[in-house]
Design a protein around this ligand. Structure first.
Ligand code: SAM
Length: 265
């Protein structure tokens, strides 16, 4: 067990964790703006009262962690990357609780414990199978009347377009895009990805390419995907869940999935 960090991190076998371990604090230290904006942070934290238990999944989301602490929320940050957790702990002076765990598997998240569970484009990092698994665990972590607040990008990312175009030109589209599943996987583009990626602040290109390649397969979210999953979870777990999709300031293709766990236990 790492000092000051709970969880089952040493058992993590998800290869995607290595991508984030390799990148570490370069994600926020080298002038790359991975979000969220101040307006987004206000949206995540609307109504959060001092001492309220809040779970943030994603230690890379430093601005939101800071904003939650500024509100004096009782913040827990979960992440499957030990490096991201360590880097965040350094900048927050240990003022939060830390859980080293993969939210797509295992049984580490406490049940019915949090009023708000937040993740900034976390669900875009998942395959559909991972999304179902993570959303089940995150929903079960809500206390009654608690809310999931998870932003997501709808459809393909802008950066996907030149990657898919170059793959098509090379006759390698199937290596990076599963059109039926609507999944992308930059793992198939490692040899030429550098030629089509736009700069991310001052993150060195080789580091960036390794990061995207290691992140592997990700589902691109279509209308209805998330509602179907939440309905499935409600039925399987016998929970009353309501779902809303809020627009996000200045980002036409971004939404916030808001799931409320209705009623008592
Ligand atoms: N826009 C986001 C930001 O500002 O940080 C990036 C997306 S996501 C929240 C990235 C963070 O989630 C990283 O710190 C990564 O290690 C973490 N993460 C990704 N998949 C995870 C999983 N299955 N379990 C726990 N943490 C995960």
């Amino acid at each position: 067990m790492r000092r000051g960090v709970a969880g089952n991190g040493s058992a993590i076998s998800n290869p995607k964790a290595a991508a984030w371990n390799e990148l570490g604090g370069a994600y926020w230290n080298l002038d790359y703006d991975g979000g969220p904006s101040a307006a987004d942070c206000a949206m995540y934290l609307r109504g959060v009262a001092p001492d309220e238990p809040v779970l943030l999944v994603g230690a890379s989301t430093v601005r939101l962690a800071r904003a939650a602490l500024k509100r004096r929320a009782a913040l827990t940050v979960a992440d499957f990357s030990s490096v991201m957790l360590d880097e965040l702990r350094r900048v927050l002076d240990g003022r939060a609780r830390y859980l080293w765990t993969d939210v797509t598997c295992g049984d580490v998240l406490p049940r019915a414990a949090f009023q708000t569970v937040m993740g900034d484009r976390l669900i875009n990092r998942f395959t559909l199978t991972e999304m179902r698994a993570a959303l089940t665990r995150l929903t079960l972590a809500l206390r009654p009347e608690g809310q999931l607040r998870l932003s997501y990008r709808l459809g393909l990312y802008d950066r996907d377009l030149p990657v898919l175009e170059e793959a098509r030109r090379r006759g390698q589209l199937d290596d990076v895009f599963d059109e039926k599943a609507f999944d992308v996987d930059y793992g198939g583009a490692g040899a030429w990805l550098a030629s089509v990626l736009s700069p991310h602040g001052r993150i060195p290109t080789d580091k960036l390419v390794a990061f995207y390649v290691r992140r592997g397969r990700e589902h691109r979210i279509r209308d209805g995907d998330l509602d179907a999953i939440i309905q499935e979870i409600g039925r399987a777990q016998r929970l009353r869940l309501t779902t809303a999709h809020a627009g996000m300031d200045g980002k036409p293709n971004d939404r916030m999935l808001i799931v409320t766990r209705v009623g008592r236990d």
